[in-house]
Design a protein around this ligand. Structure first.
Ligand SMILES: NC(=O)c1ccc[n+]([C@@H]2O[C@H](COP(=O)([O-])OP(=O)(O)OC[C@H]3O[C@@H](n4cnc5c(N)ncnc54)[C@H](OP(=O)(O)O)[C@@H]3O)[C@@H](O)[C@H]2O)c1
Length: 390
């Protein structure tokens, strides 16, 4: 493959990019990364759904009001164009005029939307993570010119495989399209019978990792010979809500240093072996790789035969980070970059056994006491600063 150097700024200049998952943690950082590194970029279309009564325009305007975008001018921010879409519908259910505009102008596609819940039904997970990938591929293939298609997979996508995992796509036993058909036509076959479900997920620990492997298989089947790339990040930090139970907010600023989150301080314990290796990657490394991979693929004279896969992860020898290191970073960074509202000054310890259970139970009581009024009754504590600094 051709490895000539290319500046990101030059590659993205005058280009239109399409992003799914732009309202998510990685998507938001990607939008910021693209606008910052390539101010001459023409437009970023973000496929957004309506949520909590907010329309796409309102959601994107709220997103752009996040302080990570503060350094950008309003002209630059105006390059982000929200479009209403359903990721599981053909052509995302886009309005014909906007679809025609996208087909004409977009050359780089990032598919970053995903359901990252480990306890959801196989049907729901396949529809969101695999069918949406198929829809995105179909749309990408219908573009007048596709320079790069980048899929955000996960380092956990192949956790059913023993031994070394390489930067290639591992084939699933069942084809992704067969699984999509099952999810659409006979969901009961997938989820109702536990034995069938565990057989279905081919040795994976949950439906999420299986869905990521299936989605990669779709890219292999549908986009081999195109300029397609797959990134496989480990846990991306800042951390975000659903990784750590309770209230470790959306991001903890960490080494990416940009995204300020909502660390409320209610969760005080993590459990596990403090010396175990924590597989993680700072957010800005992921974004840099996603941008560089698009530029790399988009400047190939002959497209690679297979999708290019990139692991984004530390390991035991390269930059090993232990669980204790992570806890220390969390504590240090969240004190250095406190969020606007919090309950206790963040201070986490590793606790195991009974101490962990008691501590967790106590923390949940505190968390619930704030969570219920804030989230359900919309009685946010506003500019509440610190309740306690114990
Ligand atoms: N964060 C990590 O540590 C990590 C690590 C490895 C891989 N990944 C992968 O990276 C990708 C992005 O992760 P993230 O951390 O940015 O996730 P996230 O913060 O949960 O964001 C998920 C995005 O997907 C969208 N989405 C989810 N369900 C949807 C649905 N039914 N219809 C339309 N949109 C939907 C969300 O839109 P709404 O805002 O409308 O809900 C949001 O934009 C995922 O594919 C994930 O598997 C993440």
């Amino acid at each position: 493959m051709d490895t000539k150097l290319c500046r990101l700024k030059d590659f993205f200049a005058s280009r239109c990019v399409l992003i799914t998952g732009g309202t998510g943690f990685i998507g938001m950082a990607l939008i910021e990364g693209l606008l910052t590194s390539s101010p001459d970029l023409r437009r970023i279309y973000v496929v957004v759904r309506e949520k909590k009564g907010l329309k796409p325009v309102e959601r994107i305007s709220k997103l752009l009001s996040n302080e990570i975008f503060d350094h950008l001018s309003s002209e630059i921010k105006a390059k982000v164009v929200p479009i209403l879409g359903d990721l599981t519908a053909e052509n995302f259910g886009l309005e014909p005029t906007i679809l025609a505009e996208i087909r004409e102008t977009v050359t780089v596609v990032y598919h970053s939307a995903g359901l990252i819940k480990f306890n959801r039904s196989l049907q729901e997970t396949i529809l969101m993570n695999v069918l949406s990938t198929l829809r995105c591929i179909e749309l990408a293939k219908s573009l007048a010119k596709l320079s790069a298609f980048i899929y955000t997979s996960s380092i956990t996508a192949n956790t059913n495989i023993q031994g070394k995992i390489s930067e290639k796509v591992y084939k699933t036993k069942r084809s992704p399209k067969e699984m999509i058909m099952l999810a659409l036509e006979s969901p009961s076959t997938l989820d109702k019978v536990p034995e069938i479900k565990s057989d279905m997920i081919e040795g994976h620990v949950n439906s999420y990792t299986y869905s990521k492997q299936l989605a990669e298989n779709l890219i292999l089947e549908e986009l081999s010979g195109f300029t397609a790339g797959i990134v496989r990040p480990a846990l991306v930090y800042g951390f975000y809500e659903h990784r750590i139970p309770g209230w470790m907010g959306r991001s903890m600023t960490g080494q990416c240093g940009q995204i300020k989150g909502h660390i409320k301080g209610a969760v005080r314990s993590m459990y596990g072996d403090p010396n175990s290796i924590y597989y993680c990657i700072p957010c800005d490394h992921v974004i840099n790789c996603m941008m560089a991979l698009a530029a790399f693929l988009g400047t190939q004279e002959i497209p690679p035969k297979l999708p290019v896969v990139a692991h984004l992860c530390n390991n035991k020898t390269i930059n090993p980070i232990t669980m204790q290191d992570i806890v220390n970073i969390l504590n240090e960074e969240s004190w250095k970059n406190p969020c606007d509202t919090y309950i206790l000054l963040p201070r986490i310890k590793i606790r195991n056994g009974l101490r962990k259970t008691i501590h967790f139970a106590l923390c949940y009581i505190i968390a619930l006491a704030i969570y219920i009024p804030e989230k359900l009754l919309k009685m946010a504590p506003g500019n509440m600063k610190c309740v306690s600094n114990i």
